[in-house]
Design a binder for this molecule. Structure first.
Ligand SMILES: [Zn+2]
Length: 331
């Protein structure tokens, strides 16, 4: 058996959410040497946010007494569709104003002089969960239900890629047949995210007079046993289950892992997803399916962001390049 010497270098990872960011410094086995959660506003635009990420990463290296020369790669998850080939956000999304087409990857590669991988946060989460559970979870469908809703798929250790970086964008599947239903942040009416996301949950509770500014506080309220918040979480689970019945029929995954704020109300949310899912899928697609809350909880995004960097740093091509660089010139 061979195992990797994790001390051969480090990677820096960032899981950027609309209001919170987790940053980490990890060794080559993915073990975190430092990890911290901060408040951040992605709406401030890419330049100030990326400068801040760079400062926090450098401060982490200093605090852990790790020389910047030992950094081999960077991994970043962002809450929007990303073109894997260019490392750029490819569509306008209200959570990421001004980020579309910004050269996030190229900029950070210049600043650190190492490879950087930028991907959609749900893809990063899917990869993180797959590595936590292992190959027995393949094919793995990961779905995050927080401020927004997204999904990623890992088959045999590799992320399933769409043609234009829009894979897994389940939040904007229309669940109403007409232009009825609540208005979504994307401008359309009747999207899944407009009814079943944490943002939608918070809005529905505010309309009933509750003081819940965001997804997280809406879930906190449900966790206190608040009857209306609990009912809305369960309702969200049923609607998400409806849409996932299609995804499960299409992919026949071994594991459906659920992450994001709403999963914290596990009995009501995961239970409701399962209820609808098993009602609406054929037995052969659901028989061997395991529906679970993410084993990594809130950390799944940062573990996945580190994996994005590690997959690249430890790829056969990158290892070949590193070895070629060390080889003595033949005279
Ligand atoms: Zn939408």
């Amino acid at each position: 058996m061979l195992s990797l010497d994790g001390s051969g270098g480090v990677v820096l990872a960032a899981d950027l959410g609309a209001a919170h960011a987790t940053l980490a410094l990890c060794d080559l086995s993915g073990h975190p040497l430092a990890e911290a959660v901060h408040e951040v506003r992605l709406a401030d635009g890419p330049e100030p946010v990326l400068r801040w990420v760079e400062q926090r990463w450098r401060a982490m290296l200093d605090a852990a007494a790790v020389d910047a020369g030992r950094v081999l790669g960077l991994g970043i998850g962002v809450p929007g569709p990303v073109d894997a080939a260019t490392g750029r956000v490819v569509h306008h999304t209200p959570v990421l104003p001004g980020w579309r087409d910004h050269p996030v990857r190229d900029l950070l590669e210049q600043r650190f002089g190492v490879v950087c991988v930028v991907d959609n946060d749900a893809n990063a989460m899917a990869l993180g969960e797959y590595h936590a559970v292992g190959p027995s979870s393949s094919p793995l469908l990961f779905v995050t239900v927080a401020t927004g809703i997204g999904a990623g798929v890992v088959v045999d250790g590799r992320l399933l890629r769409g043609a234009d970086g829009a894979e897994g964008d389940l939040g904007h599947v229309r669940i109403t047949s007409a232009d009825a239903g609540p208005l979504c942040v994307c401008g359309a009416r009747g999207c899944l995210a407009a009814s079943a996301s944490g943002r939608a949950l918070a809005r529905a509770l505010r309309e009933r007079g509750e003081d819940v500014p965001d997804s997280r506080s809406a879930v906190e309220l449900a966790l206190t046993g608040h009857a209306e918040a609990t009912r809305l979480v369960r309702q969200a689970g049923l609607v998400v289950g409806d849409v996932l019945a299609t995804a499960v029929s299409l992919l026949n995954p071994r594991v459906l892992a659920l992450g994001g704020d709403l999963v914290r109300v596990q009995d009501h949310f995961v239970g409701a997803v399962c209820e609808r899912l098993y009602q609406r899928t054929q037995p052969q697609a659901a028989r061997g399916l395991r529906v679970v809350a993410s084993t990594l909880g809130d950390r799944v995004g940062i573990v996945g962001a580190a994996r994005l960097a590690l997959e690249e740093v430890l790829s056969a091509e990158a290892v070949d390049r590193a070895l070629a660089g060390r080889r003595q010139p033949v005279s």
